[in-house]
Design a binder for this molecule. Structure first.
Ligand code: SF4
Length: 324
């Protein structure tokens, strides 16, 4: 998929299938098609928003990209180097370049470690500098994310939710990464705090030319931070375009439905209301044809038998729908 500069991350036909096992012998009786052949790239200093309802495979995709779980197949290149198949030792330098920020900062921070120790941990693991140097680096990171260096000796429970997410961001920044995967990084926060954390991420991106894969179930959250948006449904990308095109000219009925739930600040602009019925079907037995046909108000017979390919309908705008 298009990206205006040299990709930091290039993902091609990435799949992650989990076996479904049953019985005493734990025989494999099926597969969960969590991620089923997705491709995208992210350039230096760019953000790709990966959006979809819970169960669409976006979190699995983020973890497979980082090799926190092993992809079933496909290619993941970081700054041009294929990282699937690299050994643990060979992965080490790439681990430093790719970091993750989790949704729930409380459960992702060790309650028995001080905030300073948490942020210093990646530096320690990667053997960077002396104790004094690490302390200086951690104090600088605290200041940069809007925390007081004096708070380094406090424990996670002594911080608010927004502050805890700032600790998570400082930890992710410690090794000077090129790419950060944010897995619903602001979803657990109050709306006013969400805006502050997103502003901080944008400032850091400008300063450090960071690239983000920003995962969210909420299109409104990704709008301000994303340069491009990929909409996922049942393990596949169903629409990809620059953020403006997604918001002004959505082409896939699923994107339309997600957008209709996003409030429009300008009362002169009206969006068609489209309420999605039911939940995302099980990825163990995805519906045949177009996976979305069981919930799509425009479905025709062809949709029930033939899977629509993802194709370019305008420069840089890709959609998988028979009617486009
Ligand atoms: Fe709806 Fe058919 Fe398009 Fe799928 S291919 S989104 S079911 S119209």
């Amino acid at each position: 998929m298009p990206s205006t500069n040299m990709p930091v991350l290039e993902v091609k036909d990435l799949k992650k299938h989990f076996p479904v096992r049953k019985g005493l012998l734990r025989r494999t009786v099926g597969q969960v098609y969590a991620v089923d052949g997705i491709s995208f790239s992210i350039g230096v200093g760019e953000t790709l928003g990966l959006v979809g309802e819970s169960g669409c495979g976006k979190t699995t995709a983020g973890r497979a990209v980082l090799r926190l779980i092993e992809p079933t197949s496909g290619s993941v290149k970081v700054a041009g180097t294929e990282i699937t198949g690299l050994s643990k030792a060979e992965m080490r330098p790439y681990r430093a370049e790719m970091q993750i920020i989790f949704q729930d900062p409380f459960s992702s921070l060790n309650p028995r470690m001080t905030a300073g120790e948490i942020v210093a941990e990646p530096l320690l693991v990667h053997g960077t500098g002396s104790r004094k140097k690490r302390d200086e680096q951690v104090a600088a990171l605290f200041a940069r994310v809007g925390l007081r260096p004096a708070q380094m000796s406090n424990y996670p429970h002594q911080f608010s939710g927004g502050q805890r997410q700032r600790i998570g961001i400082a930890r992710a920044l410690a090794l000077g990464p090129k790419l950060i995967v944010g897995d619903e990084p602001v979803s657990a926060l109050d709306v006013s705090i969400q805006a502050q954390v997103i502003n901080l991420l944008q400032d850091l991106q400008r300063e450090r030319q960071l690239s983000y894969l920003f995962i969210s179930h909420n299109l409104a959250v990704v709008e301000h931070i994303s340069h491009y948006i990929a909409v996922m449904y049942l393990g596949r990308i169903v629409e990809y375009a620059d953020t403006r095109s997604i918001f002004t000219r959505p082409q896939h009925p699923y994107t339309e439905a997600l957008l209709s739930a996003v409030p429009v600040p300008d009362p002169a602009i009206r969006r068609k209301k489209m309420v999605l019925q039911g939940d995302v079907p099980s990825p163990v037995r995805p519906p045949p044809g177009c996976h979305f046909h069981t919930r799509c108000p425009y479905a025709v017979d062809r949709c029930r038998v033939e899977s629509p390919p993802l194709r370019e309908i305008a420069p840089g705008h890709q959609v998988s729908c028979h009617l486009r």
